[in-house]
Design a protein around this ligand. Sequence first.
Ligand code: AMP
Length: 417
Amino acid sequence: MPEFQTSPGMRDILPPESARWRQFVTVFASVVEAAGYGQVISPLLEDLGVFQRIGDATDVVTKEMYDFVDKGGRHIALRPELTASVCRAFVQHRPLTPWKVWYAGSQFRYEKPQRGRYRQFDQVGIEVLGADDPNLDVEVIALGWEFYRALGLRRVTLRLNSLGEPDDRARYVAALRDYFESHREELSTDSQATLDKNALRVLDSKRAGDAEIIAGAPRIAEFYSDAAAAHFAAVCAGLETIGIPFTIDDTLVRGLDYYRHTTFEYQGGTLDSAQNALGGGGRYDGLVESLGGPPTHGIGFALGLDRTLIACDDEGVFPPAPPVLDAFVVDTTGGAEALRLTTELRAAGLTADRAYENRSMKAQMRVADRSGAAIAVIIGSNELAEDAVTVRPLRNDDGQQTIARSTLIDYLKKARP
Ligand code: AMP
């Protein structure tokens, strides 16, 4: 085993998988840019306080953050998510609202690594700051849904809930705390610890023993104010209007504490239940303020790239694209011709690779076969003397032929699928 390897929960993404990652972001960008979202690129590092404002009761902030003091004495954290960075950027730059942005990039959480759960993982997401319209909730939810469709996923399901207005939520949390306290001994030890911090999050528990107690807990819908009920009804109606299927799940409370009103999650149809959340999001109305900005409504989602790609593999969709090369140049005259030709072909907008070290024809052809190129372009001493090239299709049974070198670019362009 080599002395140095990636640290736990971190991975190298190699070709061709890396091309799939890039394509994933490209597909996402095309879906959300078509709806008026612009990309925000923010730093991987923020002042620790930016994330602490998210809520000290979340594991993401209290237990899982990579933080350190830099050489200037600043307490810094590697971002565990991007909503807080987007809100920090909003407060710093004060853009016009509604501010509709998207992002893509790595997040860092010190979690227990397993399939679909890493310490460095990638997300794509959107956030909209400065609008409270339930139609916007529908738009945001629909964009995530469309993105999964664009990847080819068909077994994703949408779960939806509303946490109500802050007051509704507070009354609900109080009732929930009373209820769980009266059943404390029946809850798992982990859930008892969660209860001490945040009663709402006990609903998140996936432990079998907790299920019965959770099933008997008060329901959030009983606590909605008229305004909250109307907002939620409008979101449900909007989704029905545009034909997006969903189920209401009133145990869906999400890990982060600043969520209010609409909350939602996309689930994969194939992964284990602990890792089947492909992505999720919701409204968060207090975060911009807690970072020093004006009262601002926010809504967004983050979708996990890693887990979504596992779901794609399970459903057999969005496969890694095979390498695309128009030509592979095999030069048995020393290599200088391959240099000239590949340069010419690339300048003409074709993709071309070549062999190196002036190896035998047979060795070079082996590399050509492996390269995934459509056509081998062969130059030997005869071709060189006649200003010609021999073209040999590598992916079909068409025979090889020798053509004038001046016609090569046309020939290769015509051979493209
Ligand atoms: P969250 O930011 O916690 O709401 O997570 C949003 C999505 O990011 C989840 O649904 C996952 O797909 C993904 N995700 C979160 N944590 C991890 C992780 N440790 N490893 C891989 N994906 C993750």
